[in-house]
Design a protein around this ligand. Structure first.
Ligand SMILES: *Cc1c(COP(=O)(O)O)cnc(C)c1O
Length: 495
């Protein structure tokens, strides 16, 4: 009987194929600008992906050919220079090599004394330094910003619970906890508060000022009211960059308030924490380093391939104290592989992938200063886009850039917001279907608008000029089509 293995019978053949994969990958990124920003998947491709479970082998060359035709040909598009939807990084080739090498080495970073585990801790140390956190702080790499926020809020809950919550649970808390964030906080906080067993009502949404920053007077009043009603105010979640507009709360004022009111200050810095490394704009996140915990997202503005997020916690003992457990099968030993730090003691995962390598390699290659300049470049581009919109009479700037997010719309029919929304959504969908650019949309205080979030190291000024030209062209075209024209105030333009 011969024993089986997954290793190839013929390494030379696999090597040749692997060389082709690398050549194709280089071409994929080198020529990205020549391709449409997005393409609809034809039905044949959808059907091919919905294949039955393969029971028998196929040559690897055929498997790769299928991937090239179906998967690689229809990407999301965030590596494209004119992708500005939601908030995403644009990836980079060095990072992709890092992910490949991490997979080849195959190490599990749940723990152990090995080079990959050391590098994971080193990258966290670098991120602390980038944000101005003390070396004594703790931190861990996680899947993304949502998990980073969950971990920060979990440590906050445990520290403020007033009981041994790990042993007794939320039911034993002497007073129900209250968390605070602005009405602009990201949806992951609601999920986190619910997962922490506190319930959505434990998260108070505080109104924002005209620039979408938390209203500190209203926050102070809410805290006083909650105390009087028998709740325990526990934590303020500050935004360093909101999803809708990129607004940055007054972090220094919130740090003062948190100190005075004995609250945990958690900063959701998934967008803006890394602005700390950008020389022209770091002033915008002054006070960040005073937080008790910060969530940041290297797969956004450091362009690491997905997934990698990070949470930093100032009180290292509180961080480890929230997760460490004694497991008879994971005992530390004086020497050897089991003598290192157990990295699973800093989060919810046991097995952990080698996320650090892709970051380590691109930081080494370019140096952190270049990443800072790229963030400044995106912010300058967003200001330039704001300016282009302002000088274009058919466009209206709804929220100017503070960081790198611009909200605007095509002026169509003010007195009919439903029609205005329909026209702007149609503009957004056609931009995408024609492969020109990918935007998203949002609603600010009831006003629907298009939204461009420029977190893309491939974007150039000419791309923004093209966007403005195309939005205006499409707006005119759509406004003159039958279903919109009848109701449009600008119908006379269509003749
Ligand atoms: C992206 C984002 C998150 C969630 O991060 P993921 O990496 O998508 O999980 C949380 N908060 C803000 C402000 C974000 O922009």
């Amino acid at each position: 009987m011969t024993e089986e293995t997954l290793d190839p019978m013929d390494w030379k053949r696999v090597q040749a194929l692997a060389h082709r994969v690398v050549d194709d990958s280089v071409a994929f990124l080198r020529d990205v600008r020549e391709r449409p920003a997005w393409r609809e998947m034809p039905p044949e491709v959808r059907a091919q992906i919905a294949a039955p479970l393969p029971r028998l082998p196929a040559p690897l060359e055929d498997v790769y050919a299928e991937v090239a035709e179906t998967i690689m040909a229809y990407p999301m598009g965030n590596v494209h220079p004119r992708f500005w939807s939601w908030f995403m990084g644009a990836s980079n080739f060095t990072g992709a090599l890092g992910d490949f090498l991490a997979a080849v080495q195959g190490s599990n970073l749940g723990g152990g004394d090995h080079a990959a585990a050391l590098m994971d801790r080193q990258v966290v140390d670098w991120l602390k330094e980038m944000l101005g956190f003390p070396a004594s702080a703790s931190g861990t790499l996680v899947s993304g910003g949502s998990m980073a926020n969950l971990i920060g809020l979990l440590v906050a809950r445990n520290v403020k619970a007033g009981v041994d919550i790990r042993e007794l649970g939320v039911g034993a808390m002497p007073q129900p906890l209250r968390f605070y964030g602005s009405d602009q906080i990201h949806g992951c906080h609601r999920k986190a508060i619910e997962a922490l067993g506190l319930g959505n009502r434990a998260l108070s949404r505080i109104p924002t000022d005209p620039k979408y920053r938390i209203d500190i007077v209203a926050l102070r009043a809410a805290i006083a009211e909650d105390r009087a009603a028998g709740f325990r105010p526990a934590c303020v979640i500050a935004n360093a960059g909101t999803v809708n507009t990129g607004a940055v709360d007054d972090l220094a004022a919130l740090a003062d308030l948190a100190a005075k009111e004995d609250l945990w200050l958690h900063v959701d810095g998934c967008i803006g924490a890394l602005v700390a490394i950008a020389p022209d704009n770091s002033w915008q996140v002054a006070g960040l380093a005073r937080a008790n915990s910060v969530a940041l997202d290297p797969h956004k503005w450091l362009h690491a391939p997905f997934e990698v997020g990070c949470v930093l916690v100032r009180d290292a003992a509180a961080h480890r104290g929230a997760f460490a457990t004694a497991q008879e099968y994971l005992e530390s030993k004086p020497r050897g592989l089991a003598s290192g730090t157990w990295l699973h003691e800093y989060g919810l995962q046991t097995t952990r992938g080698f996320r650090a390598l892709k970051l380590w390699m691109s930081l080494k290659e370019h140096g952190v200063e270049k990443f800072g300049r790229l963030i400044d470049q995106n912010i300058a581009q967003a200001h330039e886009l704001s300016r282009l919109i302002q000088v274009e009479p058919e466009l209206e700037l709804v929220s100017p850039a503070t960081l790198n997010i611009v909200c605007f719309r095509y002026r169509s029919e003010k007195s009919d917001p439903q029609l205005a929304k329909a026209i702007n959504v149609e503009i957004m969908l056609r931009l995408q279907e024609q492969g020109t650019a990918v935007l998203s949309d949002t609603t600010l205080r009831g006003a629907h608008c298009l939204r461009a979030a420029i977190a893309n190291h491939r974007t150039r000024r000419e791309d923004l000029e093209l966007l403005v030209r195309e939005v205006v062209r499409l707006g005119r075209e759509i406004g003159c089509e039958k279903q919109f024209r009848a109701k449009s105030a600008f119908a006379e333009r269509c003749e």
